[in-house]
Design a protein around this ligand. Structure first.
Ligand code: HEC
Length: 179
């Protein structure tokens, strides 16, 4: 406490300290600009890999809903927004798209055609794809909240969400190969 009081007393008076603040803020602003410029140099891979295979949709409505609300992340046909060119937003977009494509990619459907076999002897069976889709849609986790801000087609009404869910589950099931 004594230390603090003495250092406050030792601070230069008004005009000097104002000058000191001005200089400090200018240095900070310059530093932020330099860092902002430097992070732009980190390469971000915005490549869209080729489309391999799409599911056969149960209806054009399902296709339109899924393409409007899920495709920017869960497909190789990502429409990269302008802010995907500016770090650090670009890192967030890149990370979401990369993770999303791993979990579910509608344009690499060959990876998702295996039948949903549930082992009756496994007390903790992994969730099937249709169960995971139902879970993320009914809980409102998908489409991601951050994405809904700037993408109107992803702001689903409850009717659209129910239609998307039912249609997508039909689509997944009709595209699965028998075990
Ligand atoms: C802004 C990007 C984005 C959009 C749009 C999006 N997702 Fe996702 N999705 C992700 C990310 C990132 C993950 C992986 C991380 C996670 O589970 O949160 C994911 C994971 C998933 C999973 C796997 C969940 C699990 O538990 O394994 C499913 C299923 C899914 N999304 C379905 C959808 C559907 C259906 C839509 C469209 C209605 C959609 N997503 C829209 C980014 C997105």
């Amino acid at each position: 406490m004594r230390l603090l009081r003495s250092s406050v007393r030792d601070l230069p008076d008004g005009p000097v300290s104002r000058r000191w603040w001005g200089k400090t803020l200018a240095i900070d602003a310059a530093l932020i600009l330099v860092i902002f410029g430097a992070i732009q140099l980190v390469p971000v891979n915005r490549a869209n890999p080729p489309v391999r295979r799409e599911p056969v949709w149960d209806s054009p409505e399902t296709e339109a809903l899924v393409k409007g609300a899920c495709y920017d992340c869960h497909s190789n046909e990502t429409r990269w927004p302008w802010y995907a060119k500016i770090a650090p937003a670009s890192w967030v977009v890149w990370y979401d798209v990369t993770q999303a494509r791993k979990h579910l990619n509608f344009t690499e459907w060959d990876r998702f055609t295996h039948a949903e076999y549930v082992d009756p002897n496994n007390p903790f069976p992994p969730k099937t794809l249709t169960e995971r889709i139902a879970q993320v849609l009914t809980s409102g986790r998908m489409p991601l909240g951050i994405y809904r801000i700037a993408h109107r087609p992803a702001r689903l009404t409850s009717g659209q969400r129910d239609a998307l869910l039912a249609g997508l589950i039909r689509t997944v099931k009709q595209n699965q190969e028998p075990p």
